[in-house]
Design a protein. Structure first.
Length: 225
């Protein structure tokens, strides 16, 4: 184990794959939080909503995030960090699709709540996974990358809203643009899901579950002497 802690140990490319794929969870967090700000006006016009109903649509994500964070502890400890990230990625895809296809405010609220569960699960599990798989000398950078991606996601959501809200024309009906704003999030969600598929499970989780040999195998994949 001593050689694994040596600061001179080289880092395999797998570590950077881990950082990039997992940081996409932060990007999705930022996208889902920010995208609704540009879509609200179009949603309200399309469904003829009251301000109170619009507030429910906006806040449903945050309510779901609380539930997702509570569930993430159980899922990540029981099934592993990787499987929990995969589940959150799948929910991101399904939730974004349901948002874009919502035929009523109630369906949109439910879909946003579902997305919130994915946000809460990813926000707890992704930094945990990064801290358990990153070498000590770049661990802070890897976790900071996740936080940076949250901010980048918010910025990109505003750019996306601007594009779909003012540039793209859908059959001349500006009310339909909000569906594209919400649907586009499926793309990074699918990339995250596919990326996480090829990641190893957290070695710490293996050790906690008594799979020492499998945990050591992951360490050897991450580190190169």
């Amino acid at each position: 184990m001593e050689n694994l802690k040596d600061s001179t140990v080289k880092i395999r490319p797998l570590v950077y794959w881990i950082g990039g794929a997992t940081a996409l969870a932060g990007l999705l967090f930022g996208l889902d939080v920010g995208v609704i700000s540009g879509a609200m006006e179009f949603i309200q016009t399309d469904f003829h909503l009251s301000d109170q109903t619009l507030e429910w649509i906006v806040s449903a994500l945050l309510v779901g995030a609380v539930i997702g964070a509570l569930l993430a502890g159980f899922f990540s400890n029981t099934f592993g960090r990787k499987k929990t990230l995969l589940l959150s990625g799948f929910i991101f895809i399904v939730g974004s699709l349901c948002c874009s296809l919502s035929a009523s405010p109630e369906e949109l609220i439910a879909a946003r709540f579902l997305l919130g569960i994915a946000v809460g699960m990813a926000d707890l599990t992704a930094p945990l996974y990064l801290s358990e798989t990153s070498p000590e000398k770049i661990r802070g950078i890897m976790i900071s990358l996740y936080q940076l991606m949250v901010t980048i996601g918010i910025m990109l959501s505003y750019i996306s809203d601007l594009f779909f809200g003012t540039v793209v024309s859908v059959h001349g009906d500006i009310g339909g643009h909000w569906r594209l704003m919400l649907a586009v999030i499926m793309l990074p969600a699918a990339v995250m899901f596919c990326g996480v598929l090829f990641l190893p499970e957290s070695p710490r989780w293996f050790f906690l579950k008594g799979f020492k040999n499998r945990g050591m195998d992951v360490f050897r994949r991450i580190f190169s002497s």
